[in-house]
Design a protein around this ligand. Structure first.
Ligand code: SR1
Ligand code: MG
Length: 409
């Protein structure tokens, strides 16, 4: 019998014993220290470290109540989903996700590689760090993890087994509410709207019924299009990075959904980084460098995705009807429309929804923050309403420039 034979939420001091019991990772006589380092909305994340050798490991445990709100309870099965998808992603995009050493369904805890030498990307971006390889790495990850889990590539029965295994109702419900519904109709009364922008938000989001209709169509696509095994929450807080290497992690929102969801999330979050740089960097040259890089990432993510999509499709497609001339292009068009639509939805929900991003909320100058939010909302509406017109990186750049031009600095 062990105290870890039935579920409880671990305290920091209990985690080293847990690791010793479950894994022979550390020497038996190693002196271990443990710190809780999680800053996400859902889980508890601990770093356990051998004080002498410096070797470390991560333990991530799912609690029944969420950190962001004690009133919200979701299934701890999300840990199983996360551990399982990380294994699949490692297969298709090797080296771009952390290694999972163990998943324990009783304690709903995962023991995984510590991504030492990497910084959480959102933190790095807030310090206006540039990551020259990010667009290359993230598009390799996206194309391989997404296209290779579709019916285009995968055996259909195997894929259906995965669809079953990745049914993730509680976490999907969070996205259905927070991304696709509440930013337009605040029926749960938990939106965070920046007071100086209340009138703008009312007119542009709450009262725009044409926008509501497009959000509704996208919501039904999210709920019904079991296209590929998506990460489901690929914002810059789900990336650990340095100048040479990228890790994509935290895929607990994974399920079989539209692949544009992941690509659109990356696009939207890179623009939040632009907003922070634009509002807070004083030196003109530094601002141009950082903000210019953010835009180049957005452009490259789209263009490199398309380039790699074509390569991976040609190399790996197995479905006979997917090889019919014209199908590859038609399928890509759908992905690109979804990408623009989701880029818009993610942009809007992080401005007015329940879960905001610190890239925006830490802009201390009220006027600058209000301007940034208006730019994001205006741009996002264009992405959603005209999503069929976003076909290459420059379409995004032109739309961004147009939105910025509407609001004088
Ligand atoms: C209630 S959870 C709020 C948000 O945090 C996660 O990272 C997801 O983005 C979710 O929508
Ligand atoms: Mg997360």
């Amino acid at each position: 019998m062990s105290k870890f034979d039935s579920y409880f939420l671990m305290k920091t001091e209990e985690v080293p014993d847990y690791v010793r019991e479950k894994l022979s990772f550390f020497d038996t006589d190693a002196a271990l220290e443990c710190k809780e380092i999680g800053d996400g909305n859902l889980n508890y994340v601990f770093r356990v470290k051998d004080i002498v050798s410096g070797t470390s490991i991560i333990v991530k445990q799912a609690g029944e109540a969420l950190r962001i709100s004690a009133d919200m309870h979701i299934s701890t099965d999300r840990g199983r989903i996360e551990a399982k998808i990380l294994g699949i992603q490692e297969l298709y995009a090797p080296g771009l996700v952390p290694k999972v050493y163990l998943y324990d369904g009783t304690m709903c805890a995962m023991i995984m590689e510590d991504m030492t030498g990497h910084t959480m990307m959102r933190t790095g971006l807030l310090n206006h760090e540039i990551y020259p390889e990010f667009a290359e790495h993230v598009t390799t990850f996206l194309v391989n993890s997404l296209l290779r889990t579709t019916d285009v590539v995968m055996n259909h029965k195997e894929k259906k087994e995965l669809v079953k295994s990745f049914i993730n109702p509680d976490l999907c419900e969070i996205s259905e509410d927070l991304v696709y519904s509440e930013p337009f109709i605040d029926f749960n009364h938990r939106n965070n709207v920046f007071p100086p922008n209340e009138a703008f938000v009312r007119k542009e989001l709450y009262e725009d019924v044409a926008l509501h209709l497009e959000a509704a169509k996208l919501k039904f696509d999210f709920m019904n299009n079991a296209q590929s095994l998506i990460h489901g929450d690929l914002h810059t807080g789900s990336v650990f990075i340095n100048k040479e290497h990228t890790f994509i992690f935290d895929p607990e929102f994974a399920f079989y959904g539209p692949m544009g969801y992941d690509i659109g999330n990356v696009v939207a979050n890179m623009f939040f980084a632009w907003c922070h740089g634009d509002a807070t960097i004083e030196d003109k040259e530094e601002k141009e460098q950082f903000c210019g890089w953010c835009l180049s990432v957005i452009e490259k993510v789209i263009d490199l995705f398309i380039e790699k999509y074509n390569q991976v499709f040609d190399e790996y497609a197995t479905e006979i009807m997917a090889k019919v001339p014209g199908f590859k292009e038609w399928y890509l068009e759908g992905i690109l429309s979804d990408t623009a639509g989701v880029a818009g939805l993610e942009s809007i929900r992080r401005i007015v929804g329940m879960a905001n991003v610190i890239d925006i909320t830490t802009i201390s100058d009220e006027d600058k923050r209000a301007r940034a939010e208006k730019i994001v909302i205006t741009l996002a509406k264009n992405y959603i309403m005209n999503r069929k017109n976003f076909r290459q990186g420059t379409d995004y750049i032109n739309a961004i420039k147009e939105a910025i031009g509407k609001f004088e600095a």
